[in-house]
Design a protein around this ligand. Sequence first.
Ligand SMILES: Cc1ncc(COP(=O)(O)O)c(C=O)c1O
Length: 498
Amino acid sequence: MTDNNESRGVAPKLGDMSSEEFRRIGYELIDWISNYFEHIEEMPVLSQIEPGDLKAQLPQSPPEKGEPMQAIIADLDRFVVPALTHWSHPSFFAYFATSTSAPGIFGELLTAAFDAKAMLWRTSPASTELEDVALDWLRQMMGLDAGLSGIIYDTASVSSMHAIAAAREGVEQRIREEGMSGRPDLPLLRVYASDQAHSSIDKGIITLGLGQRALRKIPSDSEFRMDASALAAAVDEDKRKGILPFCVVATVGTTSTSSIDPVRQIVDVCEKHALWLHVDAAYAGSAAVVPELRHILDGCERADSVAVNPHKWLFTPFDLSVLYCRHMDLLRRAFSLVPEYLRTPEQEKVRSGSDYGVQLGRRFRALKLWMIIRYFGHEGLAARIREHCRLAQLFASWVDESASWELMAPVPLGLVCFRACPKLDSQDQKLRQKRLDVLNEEIMHGVNATGRALLSHTRLNDKLTLRLSIGNIRTTEKHVQQVWDLLNHQLETIRAHQ
Ligand SMILES: Cc1ncc(COP(=O)(O)O)c(C=O)c1O
């Protein structure tokens, strides 16, 4: 029996669900989630529905009367779950494999219950202060410099955009007040990133009105790392032309291959020219909680800002990205605006999140991170990431030892870039490359269509390359062995039909 209006057939009852019903359904829902995780491996990783299938099964207009929660939950099984690509599946190896975790789910549940809008310290002191604590713990675990303060945003795209905005504020060209258009006094402002940098850097630059021509892409070396001497030459050349360089974005853990830019050499260039160094460590930053991997952040002790995404590789449910910044004053100068209705007596003494970004209201995201760090502990987090890296090395060793497969990039962390390279009769190199591209694409789609694993791809040196990313909390050696078997089976099946 539900407490909703329809079941009573009386005038609409006001207020929320009764607390008895909330409690009962809450228990059922936790059971539902537990079952989901227990049976996740029976479901195809990649949703098998066709575009539009889900919409076609749902009513086009909203229900006039409220419906019982049981009916809504039943529809989760019928309609929603088949339309999910299961990011929590242990054989999800695509993009950057990520996963939620039980303490993270509890954190999200509580965040929804508290429903705080943490724009000012007083609108949610817990959110503001827990954010400071959790981010300082994370900073310590990653071995980052104590001069960096953290702030939470939703995604790395937004973290990096805010970092570039703070860097631009530091240029002292009154851009906040006067903007950039119609200003003959303003030279072209320049940002540098490698040709492997994530597209979010381009988007940040577009969003900030700098224009795409403001971003100069620096070539990377044979291991996909930014060429620091090419960066130095580009800055010199731009300065000679009257361009105003102000920011360099280095990447620790690039999206295609997880390559690590030489931050130490890059920061030398930045310091020589007083440029802001932002490090996009969205993926790889979490790996620095493993003591023997801390070196991936070498040089970051001299960076101006570092972005890291616990929602990628720290078992934190999407979304939670952290920007560590050495110049919070500049970030604040770029974004702070306190109208009368937001003034508080304590504003001079406290930090209010809305002063440091575009958003006014902010979710209480720190809660889940604080709970995750407490539940797993530094050791527990490090052990899981260490195991992912071991599994990536194991898979890479199988690729390396096989005559039919080849590695396409070094494997510093949990990502393996590889492809099938069986002997083909063609002597013509171009034709051979084309056929290998087609073959690898067929292998990937073949594996993905089985529903038993999900891989993604990239293009390296103009060669279609498969990516296997290990970062899910449920992934074990068994799953890595299974995907290797699936790949070999696909290769043999396709070759047998050629
Ligand atoms: C290196 C890097 N930076 C930034 C991003 C963007 O992350 P987000 O989805 O949090 O904006 C990604 C996404 O994979 C990434 O790999």
